[in-house]
Each structure stands twice: as structure tokens, then as C-alpha cells.
Design a binder for this molecule. Structure first.
Ligand SMILES: Cc1cc2nc3c(=O)[nH]c(=O)nc-3n(C[C@H](O)[C@H](O)[C@H](O)COP(=O)(O)OP(=O)(O)OC[C@H]3O[C@@H](n4cnc5c(N)ncnc54)[C@H](O)[C@@H]3O)c2cc1C
Length: 389
């Protein structure tokens, strides 16, 4: 094994949205940054590819047309044969191919000076008093700080957290790509479809892309007994042929309250467990945590050596700006799926609620204002449900 002498300021493990965001931020501040990625880019990534408007607002550049599959301006919710639809006169987000989207974000970091090594898997990291040693299947590197952006099965996180991750902290999602979907000739191009009631503790989706539809289901692992069978049933319920291109992966939804920084090592995105338990949205949190991590590293490096105490600020920012919101999401998720019939009928199948919910999820409209509005309107919704308009 070749042990390299060069000392990097920052090594980022993983080149997904979280990793490319941290590395872009670090090179912008002239820090020697190396990205280690086990796959060769452009690479496929299992994902619905929905990128909300609030995610796009985090980026200080536009997404080029060739990366965009669809611009989304509406949502439809289906429950027990009923459908409610909202269409907005503004964009709610994009549907992208992760192969192109992730490559585009990584190019941004590379163009600004990040060194990227593809096809190199990190096997082990060891923290020493003056640096961190990073062993891959090819070399051993040294760095003053290491950021784990290596996704849901993070090697870096297991070094930081040991046994702290519980099996309850994961959701499971399955997806198929199908060529054509039709709902009674409704427009499917700029609208995302969400299905409740088919899957315990989760939902099904149909997201339109340029050449295919992403059709999938997601829920807590313990609720997804026989996941393949469930996905097949979901496809059949939609009158779709059952193809054989099934793909499934875990989503980490339990990062709230978990350690994000340990000495010279930091965790971002899925590696830090930052996915919304209610919606399954992870790209927003990957980019947001990546940005916050990069900003913290930059401040810690006022000199040649980082001030390790300042790295702890990232943990505090994560708690205040991300985890508290995810905790609320988790509470809502548990309540929602404890009484699904009530919530689906009274709330979800109400156009006004759907319209406001879509803005909360996509545009970061105030959850507090939304919650207050719901609280005040609840008696009216319940009365309407039982006695009609
Ligand atoms: C079926 C499914 C559908 C989803 N749909 C959506 C959606 O529509 N919208 C949304 O916002 N979120 C969605 N998500 C969640 C979203 O995909 C993730 O939250 C997001 O990709 C997290 O980004 P990341 O950069 O943290 O990790 P990743 O995108 O997973 O990137 C991690 C990178 O690290 C690399 N890596 C891993 N281990 C190592 C190692 N040891 N050494 C070197 N490199 C390594 C991997 O190859 C990978 O490139 C979905 C997830 C699933 C499973």
C-alpha cells in the first residue's frame, strides 16, 4: 500500500450532492481539498429525482436545461379511489436525472479546484493527534479534516458513531422506471403523483422524467415486509406491466440528535442521517448540511491548522437549522400514520390543505404558520367531512 506524504486540508469521502457541496465550499476558500469516490462518474443513483424549489435556492447557480427532465408545478394526491390536484402558476421544483445532476454539481467543485479521485473506495479512517489517516483500496492519504459524505451505509459514520445507529432509523424505498403512465388521460408531465393507503406508514409515487416515469414506494423497514411483492402490487394497481428492473435502497431518517462531529471528522447528508421522515426528501438536507459544513471548516481555518473547537459549531447549526425541523417531521409522521384514515380524509383530500402543504414542502413556507392555520381550520374540516359543503 502506497502511503502518500502530502497533507490535505480536507478530504471528502463521497461525491453525491453533500460531498460536492462541501468540497466546492472548501476550495472556494483555497483549502487543499481531495474528494474520494468509490464509483466512476457519471454514475446512476437510485432516486425519484425530485429537487424542491427550496433546494435550488441553496445553490448560487442555475441548473442547466440538459440536466432538467421536467419542471414541476403541481401535485396530485390519491387515496382510496379519490384524487385531489393542485396546479400552481409558479415552479415547485425540478425532476432531474441523478446521473446528470450529481455530475454537474461535482464539475462545479472540480472547476473551482477540487481534486477528485474516482473508483477509489475508502476502507478505513483513523484519527491521529495531528491529522486523519484515510485508507482506500489503492492508497493511504492524510488530511487535517475528513468529511463523511458517503451516503446511507457510510464507512466514515460507522467510525464516528460505532453502534449508535439503530435499525429503526431507516426507511426502505423501491423504484421502477416505466415508459408510460396514464391516469384517466390526466396530464402527467409537470405534476407529481403521490398515493396514500397502498403502503403502511409510507406512500407511493409517480414522478415524470424526460424519457421515463419513476414509480416507487417507501416506508419504514419494519412495515415493509415483502417489499418486492408490495411494489409489484403497486404497479399492478396502476395498471402497469410489472417489469424486472426493480431497485431498492435504504433511506436514513434517524439522524436527529446523533453526533455530527468528532474531533477532526464531520458527517453530512445521508451519512449524517439527514432525510425527512415524512416526505423522504434528502437532497435538500444533503446540500444544506454540505453548505453549513463547508462554511464551518472555512471559519475554523483562520490559520494553517484548523481550530477543532470551531468545528463543533457545525453540530450546533445542524441541530438548530435542520434537526429540529426533522424532529417535527418525525412527530407529524408518527401522528399521521397512527390515524391514517382520519388524516387522509380530513386533511389530505382537501384541496386547500394540499395547496398549502405543497408550498411548505417545496418552498419552505413557515411550518408554524401552516400549523396554526391547520389548528384553527380543523373543526371546519371535520364538520365539512361529516356534513359536506
Ligand atoms: C428510492 C429512493 C428515492 C429517493 N427519492 C428522492 C427524491 O425524489 N428527492 C430527494 O430529495 N431525495 C430522494 N431520496 C433520498 C436521496 O437520494 C438522498 O438523501 C441523497 O442522495 C443524499 O445525498 P448524499 O450526497 O448524502 O449521499 P449519496 O447521494 O448517496 O452519495 C454518496 C456517495 O458516496 C459514495 N461512497 C459511498 N461509500 C463510499 C466509500 N466507502 N468510499 C468512497 N465513496 C463512497 C457513493 O458512491 C456515492 O456517490 C431517495 C432515496 C431513495 C433510496
Amino acid at each position: 500500500m502506497n502511503i502518500l506524504c502530502e497533507m490535505y486540508d480536507v478530504i471528502v469521502v463521497g461525491a453525491g450532492p453533500a460531498g460536492s457541496t462541501v468540497s466546492r465550499k472548501c476550495v472556494e476558500k483555497d483549502l487543499e481539498t481531495l474528494v474520494l469516490e468509490k464509483q466512476s462518474f457519471p454514475r446512476e443513483k437510485l432516486c425519484g429525482g425530485a429537487v424542491s424549489e427550496r433546494t435550488l435556492k441553496l445553490l448560487d447557480f442555475d441548473i442547466p436545461e440538459e440536466v432538467i427532465d421536467q419542471k414541476c408545478n403541481g401535485a396530485r394526491v390519491h387515496f382510496q379511489g379519490e384524487t385531489v390536484e393542485v396546479e400552481k402558476d409558479y415552479r415547485l421544483g425540478l425532476l432531474v436525472s441523478r446521473k446528470k445532476f450529481d455530475s454537474f454539481l461535482l464539475e462545479k467543485a472540480k472547476n473551482r479546484g477540487a481534486e477528485v479521485k474516482h473508483g477509489e473506495r475508502v476502507l478505513e479512517i483513523t484519527e491521529k493527534s495531528s491529522h486523519v489517516s484515510v485508507e482506500t483500496d489503492k492508497e493511504v492519504y492524510r488530511s487535517k479534516i475528513v468529511v463523511g459524505a458517503d451516503g446511507v451505509d457510510s464507512t466514515v459514520a460507522s467510525e464516528v458513531l460505532g453502534e449508535e445507529i439503530s435499525e429503526e432509523d431507516f426507511k426502505l424505498a423501491l423504484e421502477n422506471r416505466v415508459e408510460e403512465v396514464k391516469f384517466q388521460d390526466k396530464n402527467c408531465d409537470r405534476i407529481i403523483d403521490v398515493f396514500f393507503g397502498n403502503i403502511d406508514g409510507g406512500y407511493g409515487w409517480v414522478f415524470p422524467h424526460r424519457d421515463f416515469f419513476s414509480v416507487g414506494i417507501g416506508s419504514y423497514e419494519e412495515k415493509m415486509k415483502k417489499p418486492l411483492k408490495r411494489q409489484k402490487r403497486f404497479l399492478r394497481d396502476l395498471n402497469l406491466d410489472v417489469p424486472d428492473n426493480f431497485r431498492g435502497h435504504r433511506l436514513p431518517v434517524g439522524g436527529q440528535g446523533r453526533k455530527k462531529v468528532s474531533g477532526r471528522i464531520m458527517l453530512v447528508g445521508d451519512a449524517a442521517g439527514l432525510v425527512d421522515p415524512l416526505t423522504g426528501e434528502g437532497i435538500y438536507y444533503a446540500i444544506k448540511s454540505g453548505k453549513m459544513c463547508g462554511e464551518t471548516i472555512e471559519k475554523a481555518f483562520s490559520d494553517e491548522e484548523p481550530d477543532l473547537n470551531k468545528l463543533k459549531n457545525y453540530g450546533e447549526r445542524c441541530l438548530n437549522e435542520i434537526e429540529r425541523k426533522l424532529e417535527w417531521s418525525l412527530k407529524i409522521c408518527r401522528l399521521f400514520y397512527s390515524y391514517p384514515w382520519f388524516f387522509m380524509n380530513v386533511y389530505v383530500m382537501n384541496r386547500e390543505v394540499l395547496s398549502r402543504s405543497v408550498d411548505v414542502v417545496s418552498r419552505d413556507e413557515s411550518k408554524l404558520r401552516f400549523g396554526l392555520w391547520m389548528f384553527l381550520k380543523t373543526p371546519l374540516f371535520v364538520l365539512k367531512y361529516f356534513f359536506g359543503d
